[in-house]
Design a protein around this ligand. Structure first.
Ligand SMILES: [Zn+2]
Length: 261
């Protein structure tokens, strides 16, 4: 049976000189493993469509749960991401994280939209890596069933105490009064008001306004640390693409950040 679906390449794994196995995020069927016969031949019409981050309308042939690639109409290549090692490494991390979190063989339109919108902003340089990384991580986890409860203190239900903490292992916030009720071995991240507001925005806001907020650079970096910790706690593994991104990442200089604000 043939299906046609929009999608993006999250991984290309060469099998031999000519063939590849692709991991795609597709609108209709989420994460799919797809055999791309002949795609690596130099003159193959599929060559550009099977590269990491290429977005195409894919025509797939399904037989007994196995998929192979018949045809692809290339839509987007994200050249601005490909030409920059920091952006490319962040995008590769987004791709690997998506493979961990997105559903397999189920519709995944929201996931695809989130990834495409994030890559678009990264590609055009409209938002920094420091901004896009925590937004993508937290929104993806929220979609995937790892939504933290940021409404109020998990102990006394106050909306905002004098001091607030995020507990990444349990995905809740607690106030300064209640934090003592949790074992000291639990990681606790102190939250400023700005960081908590940003986290609530990322988790609860409607899709169209997801990227419509800003934070000063120091708060953005703090948000980044907290959400990375949460991501690692929830997916329970270290991703090699994250380590590579962190090795090439250059935090914005403070002066440059405030000048651009
Ligand atoms: Zn409390």
């Amino acid at each position: 049976m043939h299906i046609t679906t929009d999608g993006i390449v999250l991984r290309e794994r060469p099998i031999d000189d000519f063939d590849s196995v692709l991991t795609l995020l597709t609108k209709e069927r989420g994460i799919l493993s797809v055999y791309a016969r002949g795609a690596r031949k130099p003159r193959s019409s599929l060559r550009a469509s099977v590269e990491l981050l290429s977005c195409s309308s894919f025509v797939l042939f399904e037989n007994k749960g196995k998929y192979s690639l018949d045809k692809a109409d290339l839509n987007l290549l994200f050249m601005g991401v490909r030409g920059d090692v920091e952006k490319l490494s962040l995008a590769a991390y987004f791709a690997q994280l998506t493979m961990e979190a997105a559903p397999k063989e189920e519709p995944a339109e929201e996931y695809l939209r989130l990834l495409m919108n994030t890559l678009y902003l990264l590609d055009k340089g409209k938002r920094s890596c420091d901004f896009l990384k925590p937004v993508y991580e937290l929104r993806l986890l929220t979609l995937a069933g790892f939504m933290p409860n940021l409404v109020a203190c998990a102990g006394c239900a106050c909306y905002e105490g004098e001091q607030m903490f995020f507990l990444p292992q349990s995905g809740v916030i607690v106030c300064g009064e209640c934090v003592g009720n949790y074992p000291p071995t639990q990681i606790r991240q102190p939250l400023t008001r700005g960081v908590l507001t940003a986290m609530r925005h990322i988790v609860y806001v409607e899709t169209g306004r997801l990227f419509a907020f800003s934070l000063p650079q120091p708060a953005l970096e703090r948000l980044g640390e907290i959400i990375q910790e949460y991501t690692l706690c929830q997916i329970e593994k270290r991703l090699d693409t994250l380590d590579f991104y962190l090795s090439v990442h250059q935090p914005l200089k403070r002066a440059e950040a405030s000048a651009g604000a």
